[in-house]
Design a protein around this ligand. Structure first.
Ligand code: CMC
Length: 432
């Protein structure tokens, strides 16, 4: 708890002077506490997009957008991506500390033993059209989990919260892989608990019953890094959605389904799919100037997908690691001369040297490179955002658990700046 205010700010208006406490967090800018503002001053604050608003107290993830720094529980993301692995990072996000060897030995099998889905869920998949987007399938299947796992929906029971958390982390790879298999008309591949988390996911996506499939360790490592880099990102749109849904007391499966829905948008998790589609649409290096010109044109809504970030006004630290992984995977698969990749590399070079992008601090973000890797591994673009959702599930859960345990937590209920009609009387239809 950092809430020990040593400073305050004064707000003066309409002959009123209101004292607002200021809190100094462990990292990041000071925060002005406006909780009593409405009661004391009869005014609201106005902050669409929450660009200046801290919606909660959190000890999980910290981002310094100007420095290009991302910490999970204090640990820099590049160290975790290099030295750790996804399940260890899950433990860190959920419980606050890196596990000891004994804790990890207990945690990994605990997750692994929950990888199977209730068999009846296979029939649930069959209700979707074959051409349904995998995001729509995972959003639906995730929401439906609350009707398959009744014994872990009581948010007031810490044991049930824990079981629901482990279940979702364990089952999400199966949910996403089955969405993919369903969309291509192949049989579902059941999880293999002898494989690590990333390899098991790749196996469920790419194996077929007719022949053996061996997961390449470099590909599996790249997949694991994608999971690690996407595991949490502070109070972004989907995480805030999960918290808002959870603030009403909704069950955890429903809250995570809400997060998946929010992640789908192209300004958020959908950007990796949109970025690769854009690279393909550009097609050849000679067409890049046309797209750069469109991105700069104020009358054209087009944006370079995979560039820019609300918080990072410096290189996205995740993008640095992802670029290294991209080089490794593309080298392994021998596809450095792929035309989409050539467009990507040239676009990156131009954007990093063009004053429009430099002045606005628009760097390639994590989605720019993750799309390239996932494409090289063999995933269709429609699977990019489901993979992001799979990885972010642990972050959503950690944030949701933190919120439930927070004694100051209230139902999220923003106010508004009303600009609609004032009072008026109903007019009968014949008189309108
Ligand atoms: N291409 C061209 N111009 C851009 C772009 C872009 N991708 N992003 C921002 N700008 C311009 C924008 O037009 C504005 O210019 P001006 O100041 O002249 O009006 C300026 O940069 C600031 O833009 P903004 O809209 O105020 O910035 P924001 O912080 O609200 O938006 C963003 C952040 C991520 C929504 C935006 O950069 C964007 O749409 N990027 C493309 C989508 C994308 O790659 N999203 C993935 C984010 S990373 C994954 C995740 O965490 O979800």
């Amino acid at each position: 708890m950092v809430l020990d205010s040593k400073k305050s700010a004064q707000l003066n208006f309409d002959d009123q002077e209101i004292d607002l406490p200021i809190f100094s967090p462990n990292l990041g800018p000071d925060v002005v506490d406006i909780r009593k503002l409405y009661a004391q001053g009869d005014v609201f604050t106005y902050d669409p997009g929450f660009t200046s608003t801290a919606s909660c107290e959190s000890a999980i993830t910290f981002i310094d957008g100007d420095k290009g720094e991302l910490l999970y529980r204090g640990y820099p993301i590049d160290q975790l991506a290099e030295k750790s692995h996804f399940l260890e990072v899950c433990y860190l996000l959920l419980y606050g500390e890196l596990p000891t060897a004994a804790q990890l030995d207990e945690f990994v099998p605990r997750v692994t033993r929950h990888t199977m889905l209730h068999e009846q869920m296979a029939y649930f998949y069959r209700g979707f059209r074959r051409d349904a987007h995998p995001m729509s399938i995972i959003c639906g299947v995730q929401g439906a989990m609350s009707s398959f796992y009744h014994d872990s929906t009581d948010i007031n029971d810490p044991w049930q919260r824990e079981v629901a958390s482990i279940r979702m982390i364990a089952k999400m790879p199966t949910v996403a892989a089955w969405a993919y298999k369903y969309s291509i008309g192949q049989p579902f591949i059941y999880p293999r608990n002898d494989l690590d988390y990333a390899s098991n996911f790749l196996h469920m996506c790419f194996a077929v019953p007719a022949e053996e499939y061996n997961v390449d360790p470099i590909v599996s490592r790249a997949m694991d890094r994608i999971f690690t880099l996407h595991a949490d990102h502070e109070q972004n749109a989907s995480t805030s959605t999960v918290r808002l849904a959870g603030s009403s007391g909704a069950n955890p499966f429903a809250c995570i389904a809400a997060g998946i829905a929010c992640l789908w948008g192209p300004a958020h998790g959908g950007a990796n799919e949109a970025a690769l589609n854009m690279l393909r649409e550009i097609g050849t290096v000679d067409r890049i100037p046309e797209y750069i010109a469109r991105a700069k044109d104020k009358d054209d809504p087009f944006r370079l997908m995979g560039f820019g970030h609300r918080v990072y006004k410096n290189f996205d630290p995740r993008a640095k690691v992802m670029k290294e992984s991209a080089d490794e995977v593309l080298g392994l698969l021998g596809i450095e001369d792929n035309p989409t990749l050539q467009v990507a590399m040239e676009l990156e070079r131009i954007a990093l040297s063009d004053p429009y992008f430099i002045e606005r601090k628009l760097y390639p973000n994590v989605d720019f490179y993750s799309g390239i890797i996932l494409d090289a591994i063999g995933f269709p673009t429609s699977m990019f955002t489901p993979i992001f959702a799979l990885a972010r599930t642990v972050g959503w859960i950690a944030q949701w658990k933190e919120m439930i345990a927070d004694p100051t937590q209230k139902i999220g209920r923003p106010r508004q700046l009303y600009t609609g009609a004032k009072h008026r009387n109903y007019t009968d239809v014949e008189n309108r």
